[in-house]
Design a protein around this ligand. Structure first.
Ligand code: HEM
Length: 401
């Protein structure tokens, strides 16, 4: 099984575009592919609907009844569509777009027909899994692709259980598995890890295996599943903290430092979530403990990672260079502070403080989206391709002007 070699510093989506004969700089100047933009907009609708249902889930917004759609829409409708789109671009085959089209479409359909929407989500998960199989068949048995394939299979499992009538809490470990495994796989692919020894790589695979076993059994043996999943999470965080370049790139100014702060902050929240998985696995209970377990991972870890990777992934998908704006620290700080308040409120059982924190979470999310649009518009006006945008922050650029 091969490890991503150090020269593979571009996201696979960008590699696909450049392999198609377009240089990164030409790609940056090309028009935005309409179909990709439409799919991205569908994902954006998923974010809006996911936030709205989240507020309903917290009892703040009452007009929307289907509050239990929140987790599915946020994870599969919003982030799933973005991830499926990036994978389809990486594959470079028309059928790959069926994945983001189905998950993006499901966002609209779920509201009117849950069974049809659930079938679309299941179909999307299957297409994304097949995308990884196709990518694996193209080259080596890359470890990061195998890990991401496991993540896509967790998506399929969550969608199948949801279709069969399982409640939102029961599919949460699988939803977490989809995002954790995808992000960790992406991290391995993008990062110039200080290539660890074989025994260390084997240790990492064992930790991934423990986590996968935990999320796979959690639907039937909740405590055991959470305990194993939490131990797997904690082990993976320790491993990634040791080998991720972010610890070094944090000393470099500009985008590399910003991305490194996003990544290290994200690992911190993953560790917090891991501790909560273990605690709940051992029987700890509290009125808001599940909220803490869920959002330390989905908001603290996932969204911090999204903020750190957006300047790399979005240009590759949309062919729009993003200019790094130092004001990007504002939504990032708001995210981390509001998640910290939320988790503290959850642990203290304070609904009032949690409600306050929820508004901070929402503000951070939308500030990030607005800022990404501004950064893309600026980048497009300048017509420049920022080398740092397409490389792992802190490493030698793939192309330079
Ligand atoms: C931005 C504001 C958000 C609000 C107001 C919100 C609110 C909530 C609430 C109140 C719950 C129920 C927790 C419990 O069990 O007591 C919940 C659960 C959940 N949330 Fe969020 N959330 C937000 C963001 C997110 C994001 C960004 C994601 C994913 C990326 C996410 C994924 C989930 C999942 C998977 C669950 C568990 C399933 C469920 O109980 O519905 N949430 N959320």
């Amino acid at each position: 099984m091969s490890w991503p070699p150090p020269d593979r510093l571009m996201s696979s989506a960008l590699r696909a575009d450049t392999a198609a004969g377009t240089s990164p700089r030409q790609a940056a100047r090309a028009t935005v592919p309409r179909h990709r933009l439409v799919l991205l907009v569908l994902g954006g609708i998923g974010l809006i609907l996911g936030t709205y249902t989240g507020l309903a889930r917290a009892g703040i917004e009452h007009r929307f009844v289907a509050a239990d759609l929140h987790g599915v829409i946020m994870v599969l409708g919003f982030l799933g569509t973005l991830i499926a789109l990036e994978r389809a671009v990486a594959l470079g085959r028309a059928w790959g777009y069926l994945g983001p089209a189905s998950s993006g479409g499901s966002v609209l359909v779920l509201v009117v027909s849950r069974p049809v929407g659930s079938v679309l989500l299941l179909a999307a998960g299957i297409v994304v899994s097949l995308t990884y199989v196709a990518l694996l068949r193209r080259g080596h048995l890359d470890i990061h692709l195998v890990i991401m394939l496991l993540g896509a299979l967790a998506w399929v499992g969550a969608a199948a259980l949801w279709l069969a009538g399982a409640g939102p809490v029961h599919i949460t470990p699988l939803l977490a598995g989809f995002l954790v495994l995808t992000i960790i796989g992406e991290r391995l692919e993008l990062s110039r890890l200080t290539l660890p020894s074989w025994s260390s790589r084997r240790r990492f695979l064992v930790l991934v295996g423990i986590f996968v076993l935990g999320i796979a059994i959690a639907r039937w043996w909740r405590e055991a599943g959470l305990l194993l999943g939490g131990l797997g999470l904690l082990g993976q965080v320790a491993w990634l903290l040791r080998y991720d370049v972010a610890r070094r790139t944090i000393r470099r100014p500009g985008l590399p430092r910003f991305a490194a702060i996003c990544l290290l902050g994200a690992y911190g929240w993953l560790a917090v979530s891991g501790v909560l998985w273990v605690a709940m696995g051992l029987g700890a209970r509290g009125p808001l403990l599940h909220d803490a377990l869920v959002h330390a991972l989905f908001l603290g870890f996932v969204l911090s990672m999204v903020m750190g990777h957006a300047p790399i992934i979005l240009p590759a998908v949309l062919r729009i260079p993003l200019v790094f704006l130092p004001i990007a620290y504002l939504p990032l700080a708001l995210l981390h502070v509001s998640v910290a308040v939320r988790i503290t409120a959850d642990l203290a059982g304070s609904f009032w403080w949690r409600e306050l924190a929820l508004h901070g979470n929402v503000a951070a999310l939308f500030a990030f989206v607005v800022l990404s649009v501004v950064a893309a518009r600026r980048g497009r006006r300048q017509g420049s391709w920022m080398p740092a945008s397409i490389t792992q922050p802190g490493t030698t650029p793939v192309t330079s002007r």
